[in-house]
Design a protein around this ligand. Structure first.
Ligand code: NAP
Ligand code: ZN
Ligand code: ZN
Length: 346
């Protein structure tokens, strides 16, 4: 076992504080990663607050991990010491179910082993990226391409793949009108990726505060959802709406913005249920769907896709001592557009 420094919440809603945790010895197929940067995802906050249900404490959040391999087990073939690598929301899965075999490990029928607040195959609680080092099976580690620096690559491991996977699955591209709801961590990556895929992109944000940024990142149009005129003007407009909102939305209102056969795809994971009038999908043969992160192969594909034009996330780099302030700011939609922890400060 190796003792490493980390930031943890000791109980639900407790502020995160410096502590130490144990990392397992490097096994035959494991890599030891010196974590350089860890993004703060809104999911970290939902879980620290037990907003999604009972959680395990102490909790070391963090599933947007970028770092450098410092040791490999004897059976490792995919990564070598010195490689720049990333780890996202999963660190293992059953590997034999239909979903795992199809590269959809995030939908593993046994449930994947989540990077933190999960239970590893060794029965131990998993601890995430707000820490100095992590040991992960090589199959759940991806390569960060040369075109991306590690700080802006870190958020791609969750925010990037969670936007990329549904945009690809629902064929965002030339000739398609795509709306991204919420200009936060996921949303701003949704804008960049949908634009890079060739779609006509509209941001639907609560206000116009972040309009200049939205247009700079690739949006063609930017509307405030706080203005009721937005919903009359844009009725029946979109082929695809990607909602990244962390709070419940009035779904019927948003579904009215779709064209016939359009799809509203939800990746936001609010803590409360939402209601739906089913006539909102009957008229216009509309699809209401969800999507969870992405598989390991697709995560690598997304990193390569972003590295080609060379875009990562827009980040605000912080010291570990600023994590609790960052949580407050994320909760008040005051994030531009991902907080990333410099783990050298832990
Ligand atoms: P974030 O950075 O806080 O962004 C969420 C954005 O939603 C905010 O910036 C804000 O955008 C908008 N918003 C917040 N509260 C709102 C409200 N009451 N009404 C309308 N809009 C509101 O969060 P994130 O890290 O991108 O994560 C977003 C959600 O996705 C979270 O629930 C997270 O847990 C979930 N998530 C899901 C997956 C998955 O696999 N499905 C993966 C990662 C994260 P504006 O200021 O532009 O309005
Ligand atoms: Zn996340
Ligand atoms: Zn499986």
């Amino acid at each position: 076992m190796t003792t490493v420094a980390a930031y943890a919440a000791s109980s639900p809603k407790a502020p995160l504080e410096r502590t130490t945790i144990e990392r397992r010895p490097v096994g035959e197929f494991d890599v030891l990663i010196d974590i350089k940067f860890a993004g703060i995802c809104h999911s970290d906050i939902h879980q620290v607050h037990e907003g999604w249900g009972e959680a395990t404490f102490p909790m070391v959040p963090g599933h947007e991990i970028a770092g450098v391999v410092s040791e490999v087990g004897p059976g490792v073939t995919r990564h070598a010491v010195g490689d720049r690598v990333g780890v996202g929301c999963m660190v293992d899965s059953c590997r034999v179910c239909d979903n795992c075999r199809a590269g959809l490990e995030q939908y593993c029928s046994d449930g994947p082993v989540y990077t933190y607040n999960g239970v590893g195959k060794d029965g131990a609680t998993t601890y995430g990226g707000y820490s100095e080092k992590i040991v992960v099976d090589e199959n759940y580690v991806v390569r960060v391409p040369d075109g991306l620096s590690l700080d802006v690559a870190a958020p791609l491991l969750c925010a990037g793949i969670t936007s990329y996977s549904p945009l690809k699955h629902w064929n965002a591209g030339p000739g398609k009108k795509v709306a991204v709801v919420g200009m936060g961590g996921l949303g701003h990556m949704g804008v960049k990726i949908a634009h890079a895929l060739g779609a006509e992109v509209t941001v639907l944000s609560q206000s116009l505060r972040k309009k200049d940024d939205g247009l700079r990142l690739g949006a063609d149009h930017y509307y405030a959802t706080g203005d009721p005129a937005t919903f009359t003007e844009l009725a029946g407009t979109f082929d695809l709406i990607l909602s990244t909102v962390s709070a419940p939305l009035p779904l019927d209102t948003y579904l009215s913005l779709l064209k016939t056969d359009g799809a509203f795809v939800n990746v936001g994971a609010p803590e409360e249920p939402v209601s739906l009038n089913l006539f909102s999908v009957i008229g216009g043969r509309k699809t209401l769907a969800g999507s969870g992160i992405g598989g390991i192969r697709e995560t690598q594909e997304m990193l390569d896709f972003c590295a080609e034009p060379g875009f990562g996330a827009e980040i605000e780099l912080i010291a570990a001592s600023e994590i609790n302030d960052a949580y407050e700011r994320v909760q008040s939609s005051d994030v531009r557009y991902r907080f990333v922890i410099d783990t050298a400060t832990i």
